[in-house]
Design a protein. Structure first.
Length: 499
């Protein structure tokens, strides 16, 4: 007589990759109520209601893409559907999105008390993966709303765009108060950044139990440097394309911003600082120097898959415009060395779907100065890191740390990031031997192009499971959106399952 099924699903024959285990074991995964409930060799198929054969593929924890921008260039509810389909096809099961008041996104200013519930309403029922938001306090009133955002909505991570006070999203601008939709007497400047940090320090003091998961992220570039160099480079005919854009936003602007931000963190005792999308040797060196200078500040360092796969000589010039810029090959190699030296904490996509029609100027489509900044790439995050990382000797468990465990721990997603009893059953199956050539035509994203076009990657995502549900399999996104909004920090995992 067969046993009564006690598991909702069994995924058999998985070569399990865990962030803290060097060995890759062939195991079966038993899932109950969306959690990993049993992990062992040869679980009896009779104990599960459904059985899926992973056919000895590598099984990584679902990817936590900790830097995305859903809804920046088109309506959030529409963008969420298409861009999280793209996420699912790339093995991403959790999407952390930056959002703010001002132009783009909802094109509204005002209070987050009014703004953020609208964000959540537009998000509900439209994400194929689980999701949460990082929020940027733009106006001074937003600093007072930090406790509300944390206590009512579970927002534990916040952001500063350091260059916004005096430089535009896409280039030179003298209308930043209009862009940010703040009163003309307000300033988005170093003093405002200091007061944001003081607000977060107060929040940590008020909620010591959540101290480790409350953090501040910074886009580190200094507006004055960008303004001066853009004026120089724009009229220098010896620069063009991505070479020109990189020179107009030079690496020392990143380094200077990192030093300023780090000193302010020290001054305000803002303990948890995330230095986003470090793009250059000078940025990384500054970040490491600040870690030594201020050892009591808990720094994290982020790089993007774009800055690891592309350089200024990529043929897909306009499509690769992003802030901070794509850099020369020497910077790319330095970033890879930092990754291999365990000096980088996580790798992200910085996905911001910008359609071809929006990306390029209709009047002058090859003009880098008129092109919009940002591009999508969440669907290539895991395969990109796997492909290039494997060539450079990166272990599978380090990939799992960088893509799943580290961001989930920093951002309070305590039920994500590992294949272990009690964790959400988020799993991505990867064929380590299958290569493919990147083609935008095959992506679920509505972007219509990719700066990675024509690149050959090894390590293809074959299946993606979200809380035990198969949401992508053999090239097809399945079903309807079932992603949940994640309040952070999430509750500690209940691990009282049968081993």
């Amino acid at each position: 007589m067969s046993e009564t099924p006690v598991l909702d699903q069994i995924i058999k024959n998985v070569r399990v990759v865990r962030p803290h285990e060097d060995a890759i074991e062939l195991l079966d995964l038993g899932i109950k109520d969306g959690k990993f409930a049993q992990i062992a060799p040869n679980i009896s198929p009779d104990t599960g209601k459904e059985v899926f054969d992973a056919q000895n593929l590598l099984g990584f924890p679902g990817v936590v893409d900790a830097h995305m921008h859903i809804g920046i260039y088109q309506r959030l509810n529409k963008d969420a559907v298409t861009e999280t389909k793209a996420a699912a096809m790339g093995g991403v099961t959790t999407s952390l999105n930056y959002i703010r008041t001002g132009q783009y996104y909802l094109n509204k200013g005002g209070s987050y008390r009014d703004f953020f519930p609208e964000v959540l309403a537009l998000s509900a029922g439209n994400f194929f993966v689980d999701y949460s938001y990082h929020i940027a306090p733009i106006a001074s009133q937003h600093i007072d709303e930090i406790p509300l955002l944390f206590e009512e909505h579970g927002v534990s991570s916040f952001k500063i765009f350091m260059f916004y006070g005096g430089y535009g999203l896409h280039g030179l601008s003298d209308q930043q108060n209009l862009f940010l939709m703040i009163n003309k007497e307000e300033r988005y400047d170093f003093a405002h950044f200091e007061f944001i940090m003081r607000g977060l320090t107060r929040l940590m003091e008020k909620h010591p139990e959540a101290r480790d998961t409350i953090s501040l992220s910074l886009h580190c570039e200094v507006a004055e440097i960008l303004n001066a160099y853009t004026k120089i480079v724009e009229y220098d005919s010896s620069f063009n394309g991505l070479h020109a854009y990189s020179a107009a936003r030079p690496p020392h602007s990143e380094g200077l911003a990192i030093c300023i931000a780090s000193y302010l963190a020290h001054e305000t005792n803002c303990a948890n600082i995330n230095l986003l999308h470090l793009s250059s040797r000078k940025a990384m060196e500054a970040a490491l120097t600040m870690q030594t200078a201020f050892p009591h500040i808990n720094f994290r360092r982020e790089v993007t898959v774009g800055h690891l796969l592309l350089d200024v000589d990529t043929p897909n010039t306009i499509w690769a415009k992003v802030n901070p810029p794509i850099r020369p090959r020497a910077d790319v190699e330095y970033l890879w060395q930092a990754v291999l030296n365990h000096q980088v904490d996580w790798i992200v996509s910085d996905h911001a779907c910008c359609s071809a029609e929006q990306k390029r100027s209709p009047k002058d489509p090859n003009n880098i100065w008129l092109a919009k900044s940002g591009f999508g790439g969440t669907e290539y995050l895991l395969s990109g890191v796997f492909s290039e990382g494997s060539k450079r000797g990166m272990s599978y468990n380090q990939m799992a740390k960088l893509l799943s465990w580290n961001p989930s721990q920093r951002f309070g997603l305590l039920e994500k990031g590992d294949i272990a009893i009690g964790y959400d059953a988020d799993l991505v199956l990867v064929d380590p031997n299958e290569s493919f050539v990147v083609s935008a035509a095959e992506s679920e994203s509505q972007q219509g192009y990719t700066p990675f076009e024509g690149m050959e990657l090894t390590g293809r995502v074959k299946s993606t499971f979200l809380r035990g549900n198969l949401i992508f399999n053999n090239g097809q996104v399945l079903g309807s959106p079932t992603g949940r909004y994640l309040k952070r920090p999430s509750s500690n995992c209940d691990r009282n399952f049968a081993a």
